[in-house]
Design a protein around this ligand. Structure first.
Ligand code: SAM
Ligand code: SF4
Ligand code: SF4
Length: 341
């Protein structure tokens, strides 16, 4: 096989570095900011099995992306732990080599799967947890899941060697703002790293309003009034979270300020939906179909060239442009649960 081409840079000079692969568009929760029940109810048509990439197709795509410079692969969804035989897929991806393997999950099934996933070769896990009290957690996730189950999942991941775990919390004004300090208290001295995420206007169905966004600066102020903070650095330019150390040395928190301080200039992420469409931005409306060529018997070289050409034309920087736009600017964006967070 000919040598892989040099890692492509896009029109704004951003190299391809990370691939986020959605394994399913289904989820066992109905977080209002992502899959509101009014939209993702019993009548919603999820992708049929035949339309989502098989394990073999996923591994081919991951290998092609690695040859184009991707070094980190994050499995996401929907809820990736709903994908049957997930540890088998992780083992197949680990055998490819050259990729750091990470996973983002809501943690509901992590208690049972953390061990098998770690043994299969998973390197790191991010767990979403929006509140510690039952009432707020259930309101945020619109489910009967208990936050205690997610905490058990985090502990199982830790025992399985997936520590430190990154714990992600989306903050919504008037709903779970109080969870910020609860979570900091709970995760100090555990070695796990908390990351607070601004509520984003991704997709068309979550009824996003700017007033519901709690700016990262405000989140940091709230924490800093109780636990003084100092900049922690680290993470690199492509890391979207700005990190802060609790000055007493008891932990690190990060904030993902995608609305108030966009980071498009360092964004090196390609996303691929469960049905094999590649997207250059979380807010993109159009994707590149990879499943068609994969199933039509195209060679890896041909698909690699397609993907490289697609990335080279990339000029998306939605969040940086959003500031100038009205809050609900486009009605054709794809949903987070489809493209993967
Ligand atoms: N189901 C898994 C989970 O919840 O971790 C993985 C997929 S989920 C789409 C990935 C991440 O996106 C989660 O941390 C979730 O909180 C975040 N997310 C979803 N919708 C969001 C929104 N509108 N604004 C900010 N973050 C969002
Ligand atoms: Fe499901 Fe994750 Fe979206 Fe919540 S954020 S609805 S857990 S995919
Ligand atoms: Fe990357 Fe698009 Fe998000 Fe900007 S808006 S950081 S380009 S995914």
């Amino acid at each position: 096989m000919p040598a892989p081409p040099a890692a492509p840079a896009d029109r704004l000079g951003r190299p391809l570095g990370e691939l986020r692969l959605s394994l399913t568009d289904r989820c066992n929760l109905r977080c209002g900011y992502c899959m509101p029940r009014e939209v993702f109810g019993p009548g919603f048509r999820f992708l049929p099995r035949s339309e989502i990439l098989t394990f073999e197709e996923i591994v081919r795509v991951a290998g092609i992306a690695r040859d184009l410079g991707v070094r980190k692969l994050r499995l996401t969804g929907g809820e990736p732990l709903l994908r049957t035989d997930l540890p088998e897929l992780v083992a197949m991806l680990a055998r490819l080599g050259g990729l750091e393997l990470a996973l983002t999950t809501n943690g509901a099934l992590l208690g049972e799967l953390a061990g098998p996933l770690a043994r299969a070769g998973l390197d790191r896990v991010n767990v979403s947890l929006d509140a510690l009290d039952e009432a707020t957690f259930r309101r945020m996730s619109d489910s009967a899941l208990s936050p205690a189950t997610v905490l058990e999942g985090i502990e199982a991941a830790s025992r399985a060697g997936l520590a430190p775990v990154k714990v992600n919390c989306v903050v919504r004004r008037g709903i779970n703002e109080h969870a910020v300090l609860d979570l900091v208290r709970r995760f100090r001295r555990t070695g796990h790293e908390l990351r607070f995420i601004e509520f984003m206007d991704v997709g068309n169905s979550n009824g996003w309003r700017l007033e519901e966004v709690v700016p990262a600066a405000e989140i940091l102020r709230t924490i800093g009034e109780v636990y003084p903070l100092e900049p922690a650095g680290g993470g690199g330019e492509a890391d979207v979270a700005k990190r802060w150390r609790l000055a007493d040395g008891s932990g690190v928190v990060g904030v993902v300020a995608s609305v108030t301080r966009p980071f498009c200039s360092g964004c090196n992420r390609l996303r691929i939906s469960a049905e094999g469409r590649a997207y250059r931005c979380l807010f993109a409306a159009e994707g590149l179909d990879l499943r068609g060529p994969l199933r039509a018997g195209e060679t890896d070289v041909r698909i690699r060239d397609l993907l490289a050409g697609f990335w080279r034309l990339r000029e998306e920087r939605y969040s940086e442009l959003r500031t100038a736009a009205t809050p609900r600017s486009s009605s054709s964006k794809i949903e987070m649960s489809y493209i993967g967070g």
